[in-house]
Write a protein that binds this ligand. Structure first.
Ligand code: NAP
Length: 353
């Protein structure tokens, strides 16, 4: 594999490599449980030592269900726990900034669920706080840590198929939950774009960097959040690479769809399903002589333990043991750029109402 950019060093002593990183889980919802189960699959690298909830009963129940030694009845108490090295923040997006800030101000490293926050300003605030504090902070964009997605990024870096010219990606499922569910609730930063669109956006940014233009159109749900929409991203030719485009879709009103296709000058890579935590991808190189017909697509596979979160947890462990403040797999700049694209996409849908 080609080398990835290096990450900045922090002001904290690197964690020892001869023991697992000690995790605290902040919030007790659906993804907190899934992530906890994945952490428990890699005992050499991770140990879940505490959970914190707004409700002490929820914390105790979660701790009992997942065999976690300590249950805290507030996020502040979890952040102050001296046994915890790093906190996984799994509140609704609307509350990521506040919860992560509690942890950073208590001197804890953080892995914050996607999207890092609900706005570019909050994203900049949180990353700035982490950077000034010399603490590790990462958006939990686990897709970027998956081995097949890393292989795809290597194809772009080594140029074997030429430049990327187009990215097409969709993430959608028909959601019929109640209007106060976090996905539909404007007070909890609901909508398809922040929850699902964040994956196609990160895929496009990983391959092409920050776009020069974003246009979007779509519709709102009856609760006033974006329900179904598409964004078109453009990268102008810049002397080093030709112009490129991306078409992205995020919807709570159709599907399921969860695909990524990357069209290079001389080939393509497809993830027809499950591109957010892929186990397979299909690589098709353009024939050197078009008269020889279509080439055979080649299938790449990866072994993905559990739900697929172990790769990001191991990357967090690697960073903390190396004393880094940011992962080169999910750089702070990529999180800032994603926040800007997501905001432009959402604004276009809201303005078009
Ligand atoms: N990486 C992935 O594949 C993936 C998948 C799903 C979701 N996510 C992300 O994970 C985050 C949480 O999603 P989820 O599906 O786990 O949500 P969820 O099931 O609704 O759980 C959210 C938890 O956040 C806490 N919370 C704090 N303030 C809250 C408020 N005002 N309203 C409701 N809950 C509040 C609650 O825990 P306490 O009561 O214990 O404090 C609640 O259980 C979201 O940002 C989402 O984007 C990521």
């Amino acid at each position: 594999m080609s080398s990835e950019p290096t990450a900045p060093q922090g002001a904290y002593p690197p964690l020892p490599s001869d023991r697992p990183v000690r995790w605290g889980i902040l919030a007790t919802g659906g993804i907190a449980a899934t992530f906890t189960r994945d952490l428990q699959q890699i005992p050499e690298d991770a140990r879940v030592v505490a959970v914190g909830s707004r409700d002490p009963d929820h914390a105790r129940a979660f701790a009992a269900e997942h065999s976690i030694p300590t249950a805290h009845g507030s996020y502040e108490d979890l952040a102050a726990d001296p046994e915890v090295d790093v906190v996984y923040v799994a509140t609704p997006h609307s509350h990521h900034r506040e919860a992560a800030e509690i942890c950073l101000r208590a001197g804890k490293h953080v892995l914050v669920e996607k999207p890092l926050t609900a706005s570019p300003a909050d994203t900049d605030h949180l990353l700035g706080l982490a950077e000034r504090s010399g603490l590790f902070c990462m958006e939990a964009m686990w897709t970027r840590c998956n081995p097949l997605i890393r292989q795809l990024a290597d194809f772009v870096r080594d140029g074997r198929f030429g430049a990327v010219r187009h990215v097409a990606s969709s993430f959608a499922f028909p959601f019929d939950g109640p209007p106060d569910h976090r996905l539909l609730n404007p007070d909890l930063a609901g909508g398809a774009i922040l929850d699902l669109g964040v994956y196609p956006v990160h895929a496009a940014l990983l391959l092409l960097g920050r776009p020069d233009a974003v246009v979007a159109s779509g519709s709102l749900t009856s609760t006033g959040v974006d329900g179904h929409s598409t964004a078109l991203l453009t990268w102008h030719a810049d002397g080093h690479r030709p112009a490129a485009t991306a078409s992205l879709m995020a919807s709570l009103e159709c599907g399921p769809a969860q695909s990524l296709s990357v069209v290079f000058e001389h080939g393509r890579v497809d993830f027809p399903t499950n591109f957010v935590g892929p186990r397979t991808m299909t690589v098709t190189a353009a024939p050197s002589d078009a008269r020889h017909g279509d080439p055979e697509p080649q299938e790449y596979t990866a072994t993905v333990p559990g739900h697929g979160f172990t790769f990001e947890a191991q990357e967090v462990a690697r960073c903390l043991r190396a004393g880094e403040t940011a992962s080169p797999l999910v750089p702070h700049q990529a999180t800032r750029d994603a926040a800007a694209v997501l905001a432009a996409w959402r604004a276009a849908i809201e303005e078009g109402r």
